[in-house]
Design a protein around this ligand. Structure first.
Ligand code: NDP
Length: 482
């Protein structure tokens, strides 16, 4: 095993799961077991909650906001010092190209820590004029113990969208990474120890969602769950968390439309549409998986997309030249291939890809980037989140139909608009039911810009000053001056 055995981080100490269980971590590009991690259960959650609570009422709660911000900033700095090592881990357990891990995901994770570090001592209450002779002021206080439950597609970045604001606002954290991708969360835990975080401020618990995840959601000692993952899992978490009335933010699935009008810069739109779906192997919650194309340019545009897609070849994720890595697991590959079969059965026209592929090693969960044309809005691949490199092209005749088709989804995470007409662009943006709208671009993010869903893509916002709302609570203090 390349990376050996990893333990849980609880109260600043590395330890085995209470019952000694472990689970394997597989490299999806080679199918080899690369590490074993502890498989935690309810007693480990109890221990992590006790450690997090002790840190919250102890050293972390007593530290000044400025000092806390400095530590969070340092963690970001330290992460960048270790960027090569951490990026390699991200690629090894997820299968994404090293260039994405090294130059995008891990730097963005560090940036997120440093952005929220700056807010630590700048969030404060107000004095409020009221009727009568009283002084009324508000305090902005942390929530307490926050659990971050994250998926396998951007393991460290999606963790940081939660961990960074939680810590900066003075909460303590229990981080539960996905079973497939636990290595970078554990690496972060070590970096937090190295830079001097007090024990218990950041705890990392690995193990399966249905056992340890569920135990976290039900635990009465946890004040908030910040979750990213599947919509059905999110609904289950919401039901379970109701019992203890936890604070909740949910960033869930998507089926995002990328709308191309006939007056767009078509070459730019082709690039945007392919990046929109094939970046991260399509395992991106905001992936532009529904391509809505103006009927007037449909054949020309889909021809260009198919041509570009056929040139994209999967490669070794550790090779810096690779732009398309391995699907994250055998189960996910099978799920995506099953959607391809469904699309063919329902009458979609396969214009590129559609099959499992190989990079010459005979191993690994690689898939050809895939494009279907002639998809109608009622077909399964126009409605369900595939979470893989599969683009479904649907046509429209005018602006109203484009908007109606774009909004015809239970999801509302993101959307793209390609047009040279500035009025049309802003009009369509105003009508789309989506948490993020990109005009003449796609899949761009910045820690300062909030991100989150409309409809069944979830609620709450991550990143930007909006996220701070979800990691603090307001206390109103009345002083009688009469
Ligand atoms: P899940 O939503 O099941 O997993 C996300 C996280 O939640 C993981 O850490 C998982 O742990 C944990 N989890 C699972 N069940 C529970 C539970 N009952 N209580 C608490 N935590 C839980 O996604 P999957 O990994 O199963 O992926 C399934 C599908 O979800 C994908 O094919 C894709 O369509 C979609 N998805 C969407 C994402 C998005 O960002 N929109 C992200 C990931 C997946 P564990 O890994 O141990 O199961």
């Amino acid at each position: 095993m390349l990376l050996g055995r990893k333990q849980l981080l609880i109260g600043g100490e590395w330890r085995d799961a209470a019952d000694g269980k472990v689970m394997p971590v597989v490299n999806p590009a080679t199918e080899e077991i690369i590490a074993e991690v502890a498989s935690a259960s309810a007693p480990d959650v109890d221990a992590a909650v006790a450690a997090a609570r002790a840190a919250f009422v102890g050293p972390w709660g007593k530290m000044s906001a400025r000092e806390r911000g400095r530590l969070v900033y340092k963690l970001g700095e330290r992460l960048m010092e270790k960027v090569d090592e951490v990026a390699r881990l991200e690629t090894l357990h997820n299968g994404k190209p090293i260039t994405e891990s090294r130059h995008v995901e891990i730097p963005m994770a560090a940036d997120c820590l440093q952005y929220f570090a700056g807010w630590a001592d700048k969030v404060h209450g107000d004095t409020i004029p009221v009727k009568g002779n009283a002084l009324v002021y508000t305090l902005r206080e942390p929530l307490g113990v926050v659990a971050a439950i994250v998926p396998w597609n951007f393991p460290l970045l999606l963790a940081m969208w939660k961990v960074a604001p939680a810590l900066a606002m003075g909460n303590t954290v229990i981080l539960k990474p996905a079973s497939q991708t636990p290595l970078t969360a554990l690496a972060l835990g070590q970096l937090a120890i190295d830079v001097g975080f007090p024990p218990g401020v950041l705890n990392v618990i690995t193990g399966s969602g249905s056992t340890v995840g569920q135990a976290i959601v039900e635990h009465p000692g946890i004040d908030k769950i910040a979750f990213t993952g599947d919509t059905s899992t999110g609904k289950g978490i919401m039901r379970s968390a109701a019992e203890t009335l936890k604070h909740l933010t949910l960033e869930l699935g998507g089926k995002s439309p990328n709308i191309v009008f006939a007056d767009a810069d078509l070459d730019a739109a082709v690039r945007g549409a392919t990046i929109g779906i094939f970046y991260g192997k399509g395992e991106v919650c905001a992936a532009g998986s529904r391509l809505l194309v103006d009927k007037a340019i449909k054949d020309q545009f889909i021809g260009k997309i198919a041509e570009r897609t056929k040139k994209m070849v999967a490669g070794d994720p550790l090779d810096p030249k690779t732009r398309l890595g391995a699907i994250s697991s055998r189960g996910q590959l099978e799920r995506v291939l099953n959607y391809v079969e469904i699309a063919k059965r329902e009458g979609g026209s396969l214009v590129a890809g559609g099959s499992r592929t190989d990079i010459g090693t005979g191993k690994g969960f690689f898939m050809q980037p895939t494009v279907f044309a002639d998809i109608t809005p009622d077909m399964t691949i126009a409605r369900e989140e595939i979470f893989g490199p599969v683009l479904a092209a649907i046509d429209f005749v005018d602006v109203d139909e484009a908007i109606a088709r774009a909004n015809d989804s239970i999801y509302g995470l993101a959307a793209g608009i390609w047009t040279r007409d500035i009025k049309k662009a802003h009009y369509v943006a105003s009508r789309l039911q989506a948490g993020t709208v990109w005009i003449n671009t796609y899949n761009v993010y910045d820690t300062a810009a909030p991100f989150g869903g409309y409809k069944q893509s979830g609620y709450g916002r991550e990143m930007g000053r909006h996220a701070i709302e979800y990691y603090t609570q307001t206390k109103t203090v009345w002083v009688d001056l009469g």
